[in-house]
Design a protein around this ligand. Structure first.
Ligand SMILES: Cc1cc2nc3c(=O)[nH]c(=O)nc-3n(C[C@H](O)[C@H](O)[C@H](O)COP(=O)(O)O)c2cc1C
Length: 172
């Protein structure tokens, strides 16, 4: 059974997870903008990953267009984000990005922030977001800690977290 991992990554976090997953599945990881038709044609299982930007999974729209063409293939999605792995947050991202009637396994991996690799617009958006949070009164200790973490680059990617996705692909 052939598997391919496709990814859309702006600052490298999703690429890192995609490469770990591809290594675990002994297959190729290909950036969505360099997608190779031959690799797709051979694959029965397509794993797609993208970073979350203001609640949207980067690249998923483009990927959904391809999906129509690849209806005979099994599709698995993962997203990377700076937010915690709280179930209700993950469910919100899943339900607002994937349609309910598509039975697509979904995984979330916590990543971090990389201001050095961020584009101008994304950096500006983050600065605005941080400013708004700073102005909020009566912040809990957890909110204050989250805000402080958000002001600089950090990386909490964890290779061990991909295990469930690997098992999911192997069960297909
Ligand atoms: C402008 C902007 C918006 C973001 N919005 C979210 C978000 O809504 N939820 C979240 O968990 N992380 C958010 N993040 C963090 C990214 O999802 C995280 O850094 C992700 O791993 C980036 O993946 P990439 O480097 O592969 O593009 C945001 C980052 C930026 C720069």
């Amino acid at each position: 059974m052939g598997t391919v991992v496709l990814y859309a990554s702006k600052t490298g976090f999703t690429k890192k997870y995609a490469e770990w997953i591809a290594k675990g599945l002994k297959c190729q990881a290909i950036s969505l903008d360099k997608v190779d038709q031959a690799a797709i044609d051979q694959a029965e299982v397509i794993v797609f990953g993208g970073g979350i930007y203001a609640g949207r999974i980067n690249g998923l729209k483009k990927m959904q267009k391809y999906l129509a063409k690849w209806s005979n293939k099994k599709f698995i999605v993962f997203a990377t984000g700076a937010g915690p792995e709280r179930t209700e947050e993950v469910e919100r991202v899943k339900s607002s990005n994937l349609s309910q009637n598509q039975d697509i396994p979904f995984f979330y991996f916590r990543s971090g922030l990389n201001y050095e690799k961020m584009g101008f617009k994304d950096k500006l958006m983050m600065k605005c977001f941080v400013t708004i949070l700073k102005k909020q009164k009566n912040k809990s200790e957890a909110d204050q800690k989250a805000l402080e973490a958000m002001e600089k680059s950090y990386d909490v990617c964890d290779q061990a977290k991909i295990k469930d996705l690997i098992n999911c692909v192997n069960r297909v």
